[in-house]
Design a protein around this ligand. Structure first.
Ligand SMILES: *Cc1c(COP(=O)(O)O)cnc(C)c1O
Length: 353
């Protein structure tokens, strides 16, 4: 291969993140909320864009109003909050703040959210992968401890509930997390908090080495606006604030989140219905021959089909009009509208016939 010699050799095998932009298909592959923002909120944001946001001026670099609103919503202090261009940006900042320059590796229990390993790779940070229990996808504390003994691990990456498998952290897993020493940062990715209603926040003050990540891309339907936040120890937050790009969040995104939080109750009121749809879908999938589907605390379901290659299955399902994600040896299906879910089931039946 003819490589440009000024490039880092370890980057030459990387590929850009590939997200499908399907035409005329049900998009159930990215865990987005199935409904767009209510039109009234969009009009409110449009009006701000017309009258209240000077486009020649830089946005608020300190995210002052935004942090205030997030602090109230989350039940934390603004000094415990840093806001990122998606929580993906915060993952990268956390890795820069801890492991960059040969200061350590990250522990990633697989299958899980792919961005941890991808971002570590882009920074030249080694990734130590451990498998999860084949039935429950729980962590194996012994395997994790072995990895900790063998590698200079600085960060443990945990998604709760996990993507793509949907399981929340169990009592036993929490007991293991409590044993992690203060020199290891524990990332608790709560991207699906609004669906699971479970958070590590009450225990955060006892653990200066824990940090929570959340996002507005899922329950608040703002994936297009790219806003996520971290809640952690003020000293960690100050470092995150110091290493990020100064104007990382467009003014309109900051305002979109503030409008979302003013109307948080309305957004959250739609979640019980989505959870109900998830359970209906779960039951229906369970009844299909050869299908194994796992319980989920989030807005998606994880499934495998006996004797079928997930990648082939994903392509066949997509050809019929439903996009799902093939990952970790299975398929992740986002819960959509009742109509999208019904079509997903009908099409899967057709594929399996
Ligand atoms: C969707 C998701 C994110 C983040 O998203 P942003 O859109 O970058 O805020 C982070 N972690 C997990 C596990 C996710 O599923």
């Amino acid at each position: 291969m003819c490589a440009l010699q000024y490039l880092r050799p370890d980057l030459l095998h990387l590929k850009p993140y590939d997200a499908v932009l399907p035409q005329a298909a049900d998009k159930l592959d990215a865990n987005e909320f199935p409904l767009d923002w209510p039109i009234g909120f969009k009009q409110k944001l449009s009006l701000l864009w017309e009258k209240g946001i000077p486009s020649n001026r830089y946005p608020d670099a300190n995210h002052h109003g935004l942090k205030q609103a997030i602090a109230v919503y989350a039940g934390a202090d603004p000094t415990q909050i840093s806001v990122g261009n998606g929580s993906d940006e915060l993952i990268r900042s956390l890795l820069i703040a801890t492991c960059l320059g040969g200061r350590g590796s990250i522990l990633v229990p697989e299958p899980t959210f792919s961005m941890y390993a991808i971002l570590a790779g882009s920074l030249g940070i080694p990734v130590v992968r451990v498998g999860r229990d084949a039935d429950t996808f729980a962590l194996d504390p012994d395997l994790c401890n072995l990895a900790l003994a063998e590698h200079p691990i600085r960060v443990v990456c945990l998604v709760d509930p996990n993507s793509p498998t949907g399981n929340g952290l169990s009592e036993a897993e929490w007991a293991w997390i409590e044993t992690l020493p203060p020199e290891i940062l524990v990332i608790l990715d709560e991207a699906y908090f609004e669906f699971s209603q479970h958070t590590a926040l009450p225990k955060l003050s006892d653990h200066p080495n824990w940090v929570i990540l959340r996002t507005f891309s899922k329950a608040f339907r703002l994936a297009a606006h790219r806003v996520g936040y971290a809640i952690g120890h003020p000293q960690l937050i100050q470092v995150l604030e110091s290493i990020r790009l100064p104007y990382n969040l467009p003014a309109i995104s900051q305002w979109a989140v503030q409008i979302a939080l003013e109307h948080a109750e309305e957004f959250l009121a739609d979640l019980p219905l989505l959870r109900q749809e998830r359970e209906t879908l779960y039951t229906a999938l369970q009844q299909l021959p050869g299908v194994r589907v796992w319980p989920s605390q989030a807005n998606f379901l994880y499934l495998r089909v006996e004797g079928r290659d997930p990648q082939h299955l994903q392509r066949e399902w997509q050809e019929l009009g439903t996009c799902v994600r093939s990952t970790g040896g299975g398929l992740r299906l986002t819960v959509g509208t009742p109509e999208e879910n019904q079509r997903a089931l009908d099409r899967l039946r057709q594929v399996l016939r």
